[in-house]
Design a protein. Structure first.
Lengths: 295, 254
């Protein structure tokens, strides 16, 4: 099996301890939780998405877990500006703040709260179930470009997280690149729904939600592959990664690093476990692996 | 990744335990350890964490939107039950149970199996003592009320002064956090904080250890997955008894 040579990682202007990041929206509401994930082997963490106003999110049920897939509709709950206080617990660590807004000005305002406290900003232009936010604006290339530019102008590395719920994801990736993004994160959850036959209604309180977990890995691989062909900035692969084999697959498709979310369900130790399988002192340089499936 | 979904159940019986507490019995049994919880889905309203008071019941106090909606349901209505979730109380050795009000619900299953040697039950007043008629069959039940209408006139923690805490292996506690904080203080003074097992209540969105809304400081422990029952020594120097986060993640003083 292929292994990677360990060492510091620089992706999209952000220095990481290894190639494995905690994805936004998972265990990222508090500083102490982020610190715990880092202490358990993550090379970096992305916070819960923070917006311009505190939000309580959707009514439950918010999550159902299926074999190989998680269906969720949280509704972007977040403490807004008060989240700054949480970052004390992870000061100086590889932290990327995920932010959202309803327009470029809001993105810029929220990003400005964190710009000197984190290594990078990830724009959530992709949540599939929050009206007026996320994918509601992330499907419009002009809006994606404007939001990216508004934050990139702050002089901070900007990662743009994309939704797969579009006809052509490369159009959105190119818009982010034009706006000055340092990297693209692909993908956010896939729009999805299940119905409780016993209760004769959708299983989520919000009705529709987003699918994550191993079931969406093939969709994420395809998106990363297409973005690698179309764009010049680095890509961070996200969606269904739960083993070192999945990490290598993402990297061969074109990802320079990966984000891991739903797989923490099986324990936060997943980062250390994947790293143990992924790295070896006599392993290959990551540059030889990233995008090699395109040759 | 194993399936954790909500099972539709039909409410078969509703019993009034006290003027503010009702037990909802349903047509499906959930094998569990005392202290484990389920996410209760009230269709069209919300999904909230709730202790099982038996294999097929929850005992609920009307406190908010979802519990008010639950109180409006009748026998034959359907709800969803996801679980059992989390880690429960120890069930070996000599057990002292301490409950405040409806905090008695998660302690009931181990008590009716004869596992709690002594049970200290406190409430505001006589009429708000849940399960007081049945518990004496299974345990040495001692009562305290704030207004003195039954048992000791004062807090349930004061009943601990009559006991030799060194005789017990586990001290299982559930109730308002201020009351649990009082219990932990007494255990700490007696030098046995590690014997305490406290069932915490925190706002939860997912219940399965993925969203992070119930993470506590400073260890980043998830109440839904690492708890809801935590040992007393884990809670020393923590947010316990001081603050808890609301649905947005903002800290609210306890």
């Amino acid at each position: 099996m292929v292994a990677l040579k360990p060492g510091p990682v620089l992706v999209g202007g952000v220095e990481l301890d290894n190639h494995l990041l905690l994805a936004a929206g998972v265990l990222g509401t508090t500083g102490s939780s982020l610190a715990r994930v880092l202490s358990e082997g993550a090379g970096g963490v992305v916070t819960k998405s923070i917006g311009p106003e505190p939000k309580a999110g959707h009514h439950g049920p918010c999550v159902m877990v299926y074999e190989g897939a998680v269906l969720n509709a949280m509704g972007l709950p977040n403490p807004s500006e008060e989240f700054i206080g949480e970052l004390g617990a992870v000061e100086g660590r590889p932290v990327v703040a995920s932010v959202f807004g309803g327009n470029p000005e809001e993105f810029r305002e929220v990003a400005s709260w964190f710009k000197d406290r984190v290594r990078g900003i990830e724009l959530n232009l992709s949540c599939p179930h929050a009206e007026g936010y996320g994918a509601a604006i992330g499907t419009d290339p002009a809006m994606v470009e404007a939001c990216t530019r508004a934050v990139a102008d702050l002089g901070v590395p900007v990662w743009v997280k994309l939704t797969p719920n579009v006809t052509d994801i490369t159009e959105i990736g190119l818009a982010a690149e034009r706006g000055g993004a340092s990297a693209i994160v692909a993908i956010n959850t896939v729009a999805a729904m299940r119905i409780s036959t016993g209760l004769r209604r959708p299983v989520l309180g919000h009705g529709s939600g987003g699918l994550s977990g191993p079931a969406i890995l093939p969709i994420a691989i395809k998106c990363v592959y297409d973005l690698y062909e179309a764009c010049n900035i680095p890509i961070i692969g996200c969606g269904g990664v739960s083993s070192s084999e999945d990490v290598l697959e993402m990297m061969m498709a074109g990802a320079s690093a990966v984000e891991i979310g739903s797989a923490v369900m099986d324990g936060r130790g997943i980062f250390r476990k994947i790293a143990k399988d992924l790295y070896s002192e006599d392993g290959q340089s990551p540059e030889e692996i990233v995008g090699c499936a395109h040759e | 990744m194993n399936e954790i979904t909500s099972h539709p159940v039909t409410i078969t019986e509703i019993t009034e335990e006290t003027p503010s507490v009702r037990t909802f019995r349903f047509d499906r049994k959930f094998e569990h350890t005392s202290g484990q919880f389920v996410m209760v889905w009230v269709p069209g309203v919300d999904e909230i964490p709730m202790a099982l008071s038996s294999e097929n019941s929850i005992s609920v106090q009307k406190v908010g939107e979802a519990t008010t909606a639950l109180f409006a349901l009748t026998e034959g209505d359907k709800i969803g039950i996801k679980g059992p979730l989390g880690k429960g109380f120890s069930k070996t050795g000599r057990i002292l149970a301490i409950a405040g009000g409806i905090g008695a619900a998660p302690l009931r299953p181990l008590t009716v199996r004869g596992l709690a040697e002594t049970f200290l039950l406190g409430a505001r007043t006589d009429k708000e003592l849940p399960f007081r008629e049945e518990l004496p069959q299974y345990t040495d039940l001692r009562i305290a009320t704030d207004d003195g209408t039954a048992g000791h006139h004062g807090f349930v923690t004061e009943l601990m002064d009559d006991l030799d805490l060194s005789l017990y292996d586990h001290i299982c506690v559930c109730g308002p956090e201020i009351m649990m904080k009082g219990v932990l203080k007494k255990l700490t003074e007696a030098g046995c904080a590690e014997k305490g097992e406290f069932s915490l209540q925190r706002y939860m969105k997912c219940g399965v250890g993925i969203c992070g809304s119930c993470c506590t400081d400073p260890h980043g422990l998830c109440v839904c997955k690492d708890g809801p029952v935590f040992r007393g020594d884990t809670l020393l120097e923590s947010e316990f008894g001081q603050y808890a986060r609301d649905a947005t993640g903002r800290r609210q003083k306890i």
